[in-house]
Design a binder for this molecule. Structure first.
Ligand SMILES: [Mn+2]
Length: 199
């Protein structure tokens, strides 16, 4: 499954594939572009299959319904929705085109990198653990970006893809996406990635 979102400020490709032998993917993602912002969320339900999907999909629905809200509020709403469900890891990226800033927050092992054409690399570290509906501390950081910056977000179904060098390379996001698709063929876990470029 893959999806493409674009306007004058962003181009992004999302792709996901379930663990070998599974029909249901325990990861979920959401992407939305407006004239002012781009928001995406990637969630990885603990374990795999149906119960993992219930958690990650509940997160997707929260972000879909409230995409106009800020990241700090969203991540807390996502935590709340996991009460009495299996836990999940989550990463939310919100890009504001006009001031050219982005806010990022993550809990758990979803990787993110943004590489600017000047060589600046932004690699915010997630808070360890996972969301489970219990009170939790979040880290929510805002950075500036440059025109042409590329980013990659992926769940742990993609092992050591070398995203730093990929995001910094001159490859287009289609080329990066095709490369990631090829190296995920092993399928030991559900896998989701989003690759994008900002203009
Ligand atoms: Mn996983």
């Amino acid at each position: 499954m893959s999806e493409l979102e674009l306007n004058d400020y962003i181009q992004a490709i999302a792709y996901q594939i379930p663990k070998d032998g599974n029909v249901i993917n325990g990861d979920s993602f959401f992407m939305k572009v407006t004239d002012e912002y781009f928001i995406c969320a990637v969630a990885d339900g603990l374990g795999s299959g149906e119960h993992a999907y219930h958690s990650s999909n509940a997160i997707r629905e929260v972000v879909e319904k409230n995409h106009d809200q800020e990241v700090k509020l969203l991540i807390d709403c996502c935590n709340q929705v996991l009460k009495n469900k299996r836990g999940a890891t989550l990463s939310i990226l919100k890009v504001h085109f006009s001031p050219m800033t982005f806010t990022y927050s993550a809990v758990g092992n979803i990787q993110f990198i943004l590489s600017c054409p000047s060589g600046r690399i932004i690699y915010p570290l997630p808070v360890q653990g996972y969301l489970s509906g219990k009170p939790q501390k979040y880290r929510c950081e805002t950075f500036t970006y440059e025109k042409g910056s590329k980013f990659i977000i992926h769940t742990d179904g993609l092992a050591n893809p070398g995203i730093k060098s990929l995001a910094s390379s001159s490859s287009s996001i289609e080329e990066i996406s095709n490369y990631l698709k090829i190296i995920t063929k092993t399928g030991k876990d559900d896998m989701t990635y989003i690759v994008g470029q900002l203009f």
